[in-house]
Each structure stands twice: as structure tokens, then as C-alpha cells.
Design a protein around this ligand. Structure first.
Ligand code: NIG
Ligand code: FE
Length: 411
């Protein structure tokens, strides 16, 4: 009997740049004058070009011609699917109205819910693809996309389908998160507990359709209580879905400890996190996702406890939190700069926050977030001499070319 010849996947050699691999065993995972060998979608070898295996047979050879290569960026917290915008609300806030006041008066998230429900499927997909393309152009190869502006069974599903479609239309890895517990929809006014029950009932159907990779909530006095989030998370965990939480953004509500009890992938925002919350994150191995865009745009002054997180060894990720209300940015590099200037992260921590730690915040750390053998061949190539330049510039980004799963991205 003939055994079919096992054909190895296409092997390609890439050389001619410095590598910031983000391997944790040395600063930046730095390899000057490095090379990468890919086999199909994966990285097969990484090291100094001078140490390339002798006589290596390759199907293609690429010369970067200088610059620095980093892992593809991972934006682990976005609300990319929505209709309309909130520029008018921005004006009102500049005149003195607070985010909470606007939300309580029926504006805020709920106004975006109306605009999202009013948008056609095609318009929602178009707008979302446009935003995702901007991220991709700045080196993002993996993006988490939340629902949360539909708030009905049908509209949340519609938003999650749009999120999934992004991963089918663009060369990006997409993780979808069901954020039905973002705000109380008008149909359930005064009946938050009933809404949580309804969400628990809707989850299995969305999961069966392959729409949900994780479940999120907004635990805050203007949104849902820890007891309500607890019920939702218990249901999610019973279905085998991981959870994450918008926690301690506007006040210390105890959401972090709750999410950690459910082995949360991440807790996000955390401006009002206290010491017990820091310890809970450390003990659970839950990632702290900091969102400097929302902090800046809301003109917040209450800083997240970065020094305590660092001292406790909590992995710190960063994300754009792109959304129309509190963070209408699509620039990871600007977030890296703000994380340094506003939160005092180091430029190296900022890059780790958009790569290695962001991968962990999505449960994808074995597969993504570092340039090491076995991981997916996702990277961004920057016209810089050193990776600390990435967090240094703001308002414009050094030219970047992107490779995703071993393939150059044509955009
Ligand atoms: O991550 N904090 C809650 N959710 C979003 C804001 C949503 C909105 O205002 O539309 C956030 O900041
Ligand atoms: Fe958010």
C-alpha cells in the first residue's frame, strides 16, 4: 500500500530587521538582526539571522530591509459594532454634563442602542469593517469585538454575527463577546432582574449558533449590580463560556472580586480598584485590562492602581475600548502613549499590554502574542529603530506592514 508523501507546509524565510519577540525571558524579547522561518500559518524558527540553520531549504525568502518586527497587535477590548455616533454628547460633556447624568437621562449607551437597532445589517457590517480595517492598518491582527448595543435577543445576535463576519472578511482573528449586560434596554425599564433572566435564556441559542466566545457585563451603579452579574456569570460558566467584566470604572463596586470567583479572563477599566481587588486578580491569574482612551475622554482623574498591580504581578493589558461614547479611538499606538503618559507604564509594558498580556486576556496566550516557534505567524513590521519608539510618537504612526498567519496583508 502506498503511503501518501506528507508535504510540509510552505516554508518561508524572513530576515533583515530587529525582532521584539516579547518573549518574557529578556527585555522586549529582543533579537537584533533577527530572522523568522514560517511553515504555513505558524512560526517554525526565530533567532539571530547569524544562527539560521545551515542548508535550510525554503520556498520563499523575504528581506524586511530594516526596521523592527513585533508580534501582531491584539486589541482585547472593543465595541466595534454600533450605529451612529455620540459627538453631540461629547459637546454636552464639554459644557459640564457628566457621563452618568447623560446616561440617567436616557442618553449615553441607550442612544447608541437606538441607532444600532435602526441600522440595517449591511450598514452595521460596513461601519464595523471600516473600523476594523483602521485597526488592521495599525498592526492589529487579533481583535475582540463585543455586542452590547442591541440589547434584545435578535439585535444582540445581529451584532455578534457582524463581529463574526469581520473575521471572515478580513485577515484578522476575531473573538466575540456577548455584552448583553451593558445597559438596561427600554423594554425592561425597572425590571433589571428580569432582563438578566432573559439574557441567561438567550445565551444558549447564541452559543449554539457559534456567536459567543465569552460573556461580559458592566458592573456599576448605573448598570448592573454584582448580584445580577453573578447570576449571568453562573449561567455562562455552566455553559462553559469564559467571562470578563467592565469593573470599577466609575466606582468601587466589587465586580473584580466577583469576576475572579468565576475565573474571569480579565477585568477591564479598574480606575477605582482597591487593594483587595488587586489581590483577587493576582490570586485568580486574571488580567487587568487598562483603557486609557476612556480615562482620557471622560477626563477622569482617578488613576488605576498601576504600581499595586505591578507589585502583585498581575498581567496588565491595554486596549482601545473603541466605542462611540467613551473612547472613539482606533489607535493602539496612541493608547500605548497614553498608558505611559497618564498611567506611568513603561514603553515595554505598553507593548506587552497590546501583545503578550492581551493574548492572555483573550485566553489565546498559547497561540498568539509572542514571536516564538509554534505560535501563529502574526506580526507587524515598523519603520523604527527600537520598539520604544512605538509608545513615544502620538497622533501618527510609523509605517507598518502586517503579516497574518504567514501571509502579507494587502490593504
Ligand atoms: O467600555 N463602560 C461601559 N461601556 C463602554 C462605554 C459605552 C458607551 O458609553 O457607549 C466602555 O467605556
Ligand atoms: Fe468597554
Amino acid at each position: 500500500m502506498n503511503t501518501p508523501a506528507v508535504r510540509r507546509p510552505n516554508r518561508a524565510l524572513w530576515r533583515g530587521a530587529h525582532l521584539a519577540t516579547l518573549r518574557p525571558d529578556r527585555p522586549w524579547g529582543w533579537i537584533p538582526d533577527g530572522a523568522i522561518v514560517t511553515e504555513g500559518e505558524r512560526i517554525a524558527w526565530v533567532g539571530p539571522a547569524a544562527a539560521l540553520p545551515a542548508g535550510l531549504a525554503v520556498d520563499a525568502e523575504h528581506d524586511w530591509g530594516g526596521g523592527v518586527v513585533t508580534p501582531g497587535l491584539i486589541d482585547c477590548h472593543t465595541h466595534l459594532v454600533y450605529g451612529g455616533n455620540r459627538a453631540r454628547e461629547f459637546e454636552l460633556r464639554l459644557q459640564g454634563a457628566s457621563y452618568e447624568e447623560i446616561a440617567r437621562a436616557g442618553g449615553g449607551i441607550r442612544s447608541t442602542v437606538q441607532a444600532t437597532r435602526d441600522a440595517s445589517d449591511a450598514a452595521l457590517l460596513d461601519a464595523t469593517l471600516g473600523r476594523a480595517r483602521v485597526l488592521l492598518r495599525e498592526g492589529v491582527t487579533t481583535v475582540e469585538i463585543k455586542s452590547g448595543y442591541g440589547l434584545s435577543q435578535a439585535d444582540e445576535a445581529r451584532c455578534l454575527r457582524v463581529a463574526r463576519a469581520v473575521g471572515e472578511r478580513l485577515p484578522m482573528t476575531v473573538r466575540t463577546t456577548a455584552l448583553g449586560a451593558h445597559a438596561l434596554p427600554p423594554e425592561f425599564a425597572g425590571r433589571a432582574d428580569d432582563y438578566i433572566e432573559a439574557l441567561c435564556d438567550w445565551l444558549p441559542g447564541w452559543q449554539a449558533e457559534g456567536l459567543v466566545d465569552a460573556v461580559d457585563g458592566f458592573c456599576e451603579h448605573i448598570a448592573f449590580s454584582p448580584a445580577q452579574i453573578d447570576r449571568l456569570f453562573s449561567r455562562a460558566r455552566a455553559l462553559g463560556l469564559p467571562v470578563k467584566l467592565h469593573a470599577e470604572q466609575l466606582s468601587n463596586s466589587g465586580g473584580t472580586a466577583l469576576a475572579c470567583r468565576h475565573q474571569g479572563l480579565s477585568c477591564d477599566h479598574l480606575e477605582h480598584l482597591d487593594d483587595a481587588g488587586v489581590q483577587a486578580l493576582a490570586a485568580a491569574g486574571t488580567v487587568a485590562v487598562l483603557l486609557p482612551g476612556a480615562y482620557y475622554f471622560l477626563r477622569d482623574t482617578h488613576l488605576p492602581p498601576v504600581a499595586a498591580l505591578r507589585a502583585a504581578g498581575v498581567p496588565i493589558a491595554l486596549a482601545t475600548d473603541h466605542n462611540p461614547g467613551t473612547s472613539p479611538t482606533l489607535s493602539p499606538l496612541l493608547m500605548m502613549n497614553m498608558a505611559c503618559t497618564l498611567f506611568r507604564l513603561t514603553p515595554e509594558e505598553a507593548l506587552a499590554g497590546f501583545t503578550r498580556h492581551a493574548a492572555r486576556a483573550l485566553g489565546l496566550h498559547e497561540r498568539l502574542g509572542q514571536l516564538t516557534p509554534g505560535r501563529q505567524a502574526d506580526w507587524a513590521h515598523w519603520a523604527v529603530d527600537h520598539p520604544h519608539e512605538l509608545a513615544y510618537r502620538f497622533g501618527h504612526s510609523p509605517v507598518c506592514r502586517v503579516v497574518r498567519a504567514g501571509q502579507p496583508v494587502q490593504e
